[in-house]
Ligand binder design. Structure first.
Ligand code: ZN
Length: 133
């Protein structure tokens, strides 16, 4: 598998508009808000150099981000690595015995294909693999 870069760092927030203020104050221009219905989130990306900061707000009390905040509070939620071929990466990781949350790619914000690797296999970090064309 071929890791291209740190794609983004995901931060769970209670209120996207409120939390966006910090990054706007730092002079980072947001790429706009997008809702990803499948994951019950609204996200907002802030480009920083070659990577991005992703703020995630839950759109439902039973969504994964709402549950994360309930358990851990707001803050760093996942690290995303860009890969050139997500399906091949998932096959390779599975063959190496890595525990995957998603064995098949799913739809992510910005038209990316994404899949999550279980924190049990990564030393406690929720790892997202992302492929963008
Ligand atoms: Zn993400």
């Amino acid at each position: 598998m071929n890791i291209l870069k740190i794609d983004h760092i995901g931060i769970a927030v209670k209120n996207l508009a409120e939390s966006s203020k910090l990054y706007e104050m730092l002079g980072i221009k947001s790429a706009g808000v997008e809702e990803v219905a499948e994951q019950k989130v609204k996200v907002c990306f802030f480009p920083v150099g070659d990577s991005e900061i992703e703020l995630l707000e839950s759109t439902s009390p039973d969504g994964p981000i709402a549950k994360y905040i309930e358990k851990n509070g707001e803050g760093l939620q996942h690290l995303a690595l860009r890969v050139d071929d997500l399906e091949a990466a998932l096959i390779e990781l599975k063959a190496k015995g890595v525990r995957l949350i998603d064995e098949k790619p799913r739809y992510g914000a910005g038209g990316a294909k994404i899949a999550f690797v279980h924190p049990k296999s990564t030393g406690g970090i929720l790892l997202e693999l992302s492929e963008k064309k």
